[in-house]
Structure formats: structure tokens, C-alpha cells
Design a protein around this ligand. Structure first.
Ligand code: ATP
Ligand code: MG
Length: 353
């Protein structure tokens, strides 16, 4: 019996509603499959926890998380209780940094039964691999002079290690998909970091002769996400470019409520963290309106990460059969509750057995 130990952090708002639903789904996957078990331990770290303890998580929080195979997070943040910078830095950002989750991965895929804002999009199925630890989001720089002479300087930092790491990861992901990697660049306008990025891309691609490659300037690529998303497979991007592309990716899917994401520790020395793109959505808490698909699709990414790709596909197929039949929440134009959508997915898992 294979067992995966998962640290669940439901967090705040609808995180508390959708994480238990996704856990139910994972248990159903294990039931149907056999020979496999998921053990969940839930941690109450959240803004409510902060109100009671003055910290988002205990001092030894990271130590507690370290032994797990993965961290399964809902959403953190409740601006009415705790300012965002405290809740984010006190939990999420600490975990990402200390556990060296240097890559953010976000797929964007069209699902049957879900209306994309694009008109009649062809079936797109792409994944953005974003460098998540350096690049344009650096603290190097400053401001000098004042008044009309004032100057702000912001330096981007691209290390060879970090750049190679994200590229290799992209090629490894592509090897399991349609074997096509697009690099997001801007070497016609950014004259130091982007030519370096292009050079490393070329060097790494030489190690993967079976994988087709191309480079696209970020401005054109952003437009192509809207005009022809079906032409892409894996896109590798720097921190800033990836940030922008992943938001477009979530938008063309049709609702932020279905978009999944993962923060990956590449070396395997610490757990990776899986969290949907959406936040705590305080406006819909307690009404049964939260779309559970983002969290459940995120669970699918966790299965892939565990090397259980077949089960991951099995789960995503069940999700799509449910959306196709119109068992969807209000954000997608449906009338069904969080629990009804989850029940429908579990029932599809059992039917497909
Ligand atoms: P954060 O700062 O944590 O990102 P936010 O309020 O900026 O939070 P979201 O929480 O993602 O952003 O909410 C944005 C909008 O999308 C809200 O109107 C919310 O109700 C809606 N929304 C987000 N997630 C879902 C979901 N799973 N199901 C339905 N609607 C959702
Ligand atoms: Mg917000």
C-alpha cells in the first residue's frame, strides 16, 4: 500500500469550504484505485489563528510541515481581520522561500461546458512554468536625488543556477506532454538579462533534442494567449513575465474558481505546495457558492507531482464530465452548490471505475 502524507492548510474564507471537499475527492480516488492511501493532517493556520496567537503559524511551523510529502493549501488572507502583508508574509511567502519552491506552475486548459471569454476557442491545453524566486522581483535598487531629479532604479537578478533550473524543469514537463517549449523573452528591448535568458534556453534545449522549441517576445506572446492559445504546450517564463501570462491563462479558462496552481520544490529536499489561483473570496463565504474545481484540479496537480499521472488524468476527466453535464456553480453560470459539484465529481469517479 502506497501512502502519501499531506499537510492541509485550509486557511481562510472559502479555503475552509473547498479544501475538505478536495480531500473527499482524493479519498474517493484512492478508494476507486486501491493500493493507495492519502493521510491528511490539518493545520489551522490562518487569520483567525493570528487573532488568537499573534502569529500566522507557530515558531516551529516549518519544522512541522517538513516531513510531509506535500502541502495542500486553500487560501490565506482576510483583509478585514489581518492586513494582507502580515498574512502573506507570515505564512505563504515563508513557506515558499524556506522550502525553496522556486517554480510556480499553472496550467490553462479549456474544459467542455465552461464558457471561455474567448469566442469559440479551439481546445487549448498549456502550462506556464514561472521562475518564482528571482528575476525582476528583486530588492536590488533604490532611489536617488529628489524632486525633479529623482531617479528610481530597479535591478533584475538572473542567476545561471535559477535560470537553468526553471528551463530544465520546463523541458522535463514538456517531455511528458506535447514536447514543445516556448520561451518568453524580450531580448529586443532588455539588453542584459534577456539575451542571457535566451542563451541559457538554447544551451538547455541542446540536452533535449526530442523537444521542439521557440522563443516569443512577451508582448506578442501575451496577445497569442488570446488569439491562438491552442498552439502552445509548455511556456517557460521569468518571474514578471510568468506572473502576467498566468493571469491571462486563468482568465481564458472562464473563471478564477477553476484555475489550479503549484509551487514546486525542484530538488525534493522540502515539500512542494499546491494551492488554487483564487483567494479566500470573503464575498461568497458561507453561501455554498464556492467553486470547488480550482481546489480539486489543484489536487490533480499534486497527484501528477507524486508520479501518479494516470490518476491525475482520471480525476481531470471526471471533472470535465461534470462540467460538460452542466453541474456547475454560479460563477460559471450554474445553480449547483460547492457540495453538489463535489458529489457529482465523486460519483463520476465511481462510474468510471
Ligand atoms: P486574494 O487577495 O486572496 O487573492 P481576492 O479577494 O483578491 O483574494 P479572490 O478571493 O480570488 O480574490 O476573489 C476574486 C473574485 O472571484 C471574488 O468576487 C470571488 O468571489 C470570486 N471567486 C474566487 N474564487 C472563487 C471560487 N472558488 N468560486 C467562486 N467564485 C470565486
Ligand atoms: Mg486580494
Amino acid at each position: 500500500m502506497k501512502q502519501f502524507d499531506i499537510a492541509s492548510i485550509p486557511g481562510d474564507g472559502i479555503g475552509i469550504e473547498v479544501v475538505p471537499q478536495a480531500e473527499r475527492v482524493l479519498r474517493a480516488v484512492a478508494d476507486v484505485h486501491g493500493g493507495l492511501a492519502f493521510q491528511f493532517q490539518s493545520f489551522p493556520w490562518s487569520c483567525q489563528y493570528y487573532i488568537e496567537h499573534g502569529v500566522m503559524m507557530p515558531d516551529n511551523g516549518l519544522e512541522q510541515l517538513k516531513p510531509f510529502d506535500a502541502i495542500f493549501l486553500g487560501a490565506v488572507g482576510d483583509p478585514n481581520l489581518v492586513p494582507d502583508h502580515i498574512s502573506l508574509w507570515g505564512l505563504l511567502i515563508q513557506i515558499r522561500r524556506e522550502f525553496e519552491q522556486v517554480i510556480n506552475m499553472r496550467p490553462a486548459k479549456r474544459l467542455d461546458g465552461i464558457q471561455s471569454p474567448l469566442q469559440n476557442p479551439k481546445d487549448f491545453d498549456l502550462v506556464v512554468i514561472r521562475e518564482n524566486s528571482e528575476g525582476e522581483y528583486s530588492t536590488v535598487g533604490g532611489r536617488i536625488h529628489s524632486k525633479e531629479d529623482e531617479v528610481a532604479i530597479q535591478n533584475a537578478v538572473f542567476t545561471r543556477k535559477g535560470t537553468e533550473r526553471v528551463m530544465r524543469y520546463a523541458f522535463e514537463v514538456a517531455a511528458k506532454r506535447k514536447r514543445f517549449v516556448t520561451s518568453a523573452t524580450k531580448s529586443n528591448g532588455i539588453v542584459h538579462s534577456m539575451p542571457f535568458w535566451d542563451q541559457v534556453f538554447k544551451e538547455v534545449s541542446a540536452d533535449y533534442p526530442a523537444i521542439r522549441t521557440e522563443s516569443q517576445h512577451i508582448d506578442a506572446l501575451a496577445a497569442f494567449f488570446v488569439t491562438r492559445p491552442a498552439d502552445f504546450d509548455v511556456i517557460v517564463a521569468s518571474n514578471l513575465f510568468g506572473d502576467i501570462l498566468t493571469d491571462i491563462g486563468a482568465a481564458i479558462m472562464g473563471s478564477i474558481g477553476i484555475a489550479p496552481a503549484a509551487n514546486i520544490n525542484v530538488n525534493g529536499n522540502y515539500p512542494s505546495m499546491f494551492e488554487p489561483v483564487h483567494g479566500s473570496a470573503p464575498d461568497i463565504v458561507g453561501k455554498g457558492l464556492a467553486n470547488p474545481i480550482g481546489q480539486i484540479w489543484t489536487a490533480k496537480m499534486m497527484l501528477d507531482h507524486f508520479g501518479e499521472e494516470e490518476l491525475g488524468t482520471f480525476l481531470l476527466d471526471a471533472i470535465e464530465r461534470v462540467t460538460r453535464k452542466g453541474t456547475i456553480t454560479k460563477d460559471l453560470g450554474g445553480i449547483h452548490s460547492t457540495e453538489e459539484v463535489t458529489d457529482a465529481i465523486i460519483s463520476e469517479l465511481h462510474t468510471a471505475r
